[in-house]
Every structure is written in C-alpha cells, then in structure tokens.
Design a protein around this ligand. Structure first.
Ligand SMILES: C[S@@+](CC[C@H](N)C(=O)[O-])C[C@H]1O[C@@H](n2cnc3c(N)ncnc32)[C@H](O)[C@@H]1O
Length: 334
C-alpha cells in the first residue's frame, strides 16, 4: 500500500514517526501515571477497527453526526464556491464527508489530512471514483502543526472541517490552543465546521466506549500490538484489559489499558514495571455543553455562525468563522 500511495507525505516521514513514536512511548510509560498520546491508536489496523466502531449499535456519535450533515448539507456547503479549498482534519475514512462533498460545486479542492496513511489511501481511491469532478489532494500530516499547511490555505478563505468530535480527544486547554493556532494561520472570514459530542447520561456514554462485541477493547489493545511491532516491545496482550470510565470532574470518558498482573515489560530496550491494576491512559473524550464550547471557540478567535443538533441533543455541529477581537490585530497570513 505504502509503495503506490497517492497521499503527499509532508509533515512526517517514516523515520521521524519512528523516532517520535519511540520517544513519546518511552516518555509516556516513564510517568508516574502512565499515558500514551491517542493519535498512536491509528495505525492501519487501528483505523480499520475505528471504522468498525463507528457502525456499532452502542456508538451513537457517528450516525448522529451523519444525520445532522444529511439534514443540513445544503446550508453547510452553500458558502463554498468553485475554486475553493475544503480541508478536513483527521479525515479517516471520509465516509460522513461524502454527504457534504455531494453538494459541492465543480472545481472545489478537497484536502483530507490524517496521520493514518492507509485510511487516507483507501478514502482517496473511493472518493476519486465516486466524485470524478472533485480534486482530491490528501496530506499525511499532524493537524496541529500549521507550519506544514500548504501556503494556499492561508491565502484563500478555506472551509475547514473537523468532524467526529476529534476535538474532544484534547484537554480543553489544548483544544483552545489548537483553535487559536488555526485561527492565527487563516484570514478573517475562514469557516470551520466542527463536530462536538455533548454531555449525556452514563447509560449512553459508557457502552459507547465499551461495546458488547469488544471492538473498542480490540482498538485500545491494538496500541500494544503496534508498540510490540514497531518498538521491539514484549507486551503480553492477555495480561492487559481495556477499561472505559467517566470522570465527572472533567466531563470526559477515559480509556485505559489495565495490567492484570504485576509484570515488567521491555520497550526499546527499557524496562517498565506494572503493578496489578495499574493502567496506561490511552485516550480522553471530553463531552461539552454547547455554550461552554462556544465560549472556548470565541476565546480562540472563532465566532459562532450556527449550531446544529440532532433531535435528542446527543451531538452538535458548530459552524464557526474567524474574527478579530476588538483591540487585536489581524494575524499575519501564512
Ligand atoms: C475519532 S477519528 C475520526 C475520524 C473521522 N473524521 C470521523 O469523523 O469518523 C480521529 C481521526 O483523526 C486522525 N488523527 C488523530 N490525531 C491526529 C493528528 N494529530 N493529526 C492528524 N490526524 C489525526 C486519526 O487517524 C483518525 O482518522
């Protein structure tokens, strides 16, 4: 797959991924409370498992957000004109995106950006067949690194698309920093369409991250498979268990991998001790109230144009636009 990839490799070449991955894993496992960055969940197998999660009966976010796009696709895409850029961050399979792509005028450039090359390659192949008139220019990159954005994004007024509540994987302070960074790299009037999962009862939240078929468990445990394969580690998968809990202090679901025994694991030649019941924190998924998210976005330089929700108030889609707060200068374009 990698040999005939259609995606442009810009932000990260393979050697830097390996080095960065090794450094992040060793650093994360050396902490008193062990943790790993959640973007590493998405290797080829991880992306495949995530796709399976999106169609599980317990996993409400994907189908709810898709329903919002289905009902509002015309409104959301109306400001996009021929020649514009439509840029998606953390695009994965781009399946939900098709609902919006179907409404775009000819000659729009769709730029899916993701760290998962296999997910990008499969999505691009499918989209080029389904939408022959669309220009698809994929980019393998970390969406938080604006220095890797093509210059064209700063010169035009692109529409950015960030669905899937991927913003919820970040601590609110990190989410705010990310939105500020994006805002500073864009001209006034650029739009961001962003999916944000909403707070709700534990009877809905917990099963969404701990499904009956065990697909989410396999997704979480696959991180250890990846570390074993890429970093010469010896995690015994039978000695770790998936756990999803809700922390009401932060309004977030946490995923952990819990050690089922006292054990020592070797990664990159370094030993890491685990006590019985000790966990590795692998992912957060913050849930927001609409007004809290709007305030976070406003402080980061984004004003709300509209907020769309499903009938049960399970999920929200915010249409935001860059603005300059009074007394602040318009940031320099890229
Ligand atoms: C929760 S999934 C959402 C996928 C898809 N957008 C959806 O709504 O179903 C997160 C996606 O973001 C990608 N991703 C995670 N962290 C990333 C990063 N820092 N830079 C680029 N892509 C990232 C993952 O590979 C994955 O495809």
């Amino acid at each position: 797959m990698a040999g005939n990839s259609s995606a442009i490799r810009v932000a990260v070449d393979q050697s830097s991924i390996d080095f960065q991955f090794a450094r992040d894993v060793v650093e994360g496992l050396s902490r008193r409370s062990k943790s790993l960055p959640c973007r590493y969940l998405y290797d080829a197998r991880g992306s495949e498992l995530f796709e399976r999660i999106t169609s599980l009966p317990e996993y409400y976010p994907t189908r709810t957000e898709a329903e919002i796009f289905r009902h509002n696709a015309v409104q959301l895409t109306a400001p996009i004109a021929g020649g514009d850029f439509f840029v998606e961050f953390g695009s994965g399979s781009s399946i939900k995106t098709e609902l919006l792509l179907a409404q775009l005028p000819a000659d729009v450039t769709y730029m899916p950006i993701d760290v998962s090359q296999t997910a990008l390659d499969e999505a691009v192949e499918r989209l080029r067949m389904r939408f022959p008139g669309l220009k698809v220019t994929p980019l393998i990159a970390d969406f938080s690194d604006v220095s890797e954005w093509p210059l064209v994004l700063g010169r035009r007024r692109p529409t950015l698309f960030f669905p899937g509540s991927t913003i919820g994987n970040l601590h609110p302070a990190e989410a705010s920093a990310l939105l500020s960074r994006w805002r500073a790299a864009l001209p006034q009037g650029a739009r961001l369409i962003i999916g944000v999962d909403l707070r709700k009862g534990l009877d809905r939240l917990l099963p969404a991250y701990n499904d009956a078929q065990g697909v989410t468990a396999a997704f979480n445990l696959n991180l250890l498979v990846r570390i074993n394969r890429e970093l010469h580690a010896n995690f015994d998968l039978g000695r770790f268990a998936h756990e999803a809990i809700y922390d009401p202090r932060y309004g977030r679901i946490e995923m952990h991998l819990i050690s089922k025994a006292r054990q020592t694991v070797t990664v990159c030649g370094r030993s890491f001790d685990f006590n019985l019941g000790e966990g590795i924190h692998t992912e957060n998924s913050y849930k927001y109230n609409i007004s809290d998210f709007q305030e976070l976005a406003r402080l980061a330089g984004w004003k709300t144009l509209s907020v769309l929700k499903d009938g049960n108030d399970d999920f929200s889609v915010h249409e935001l636009e860059t603005f300059v707060a009074p007394g602040r200068d318009e940031p320099a374009f890229l």
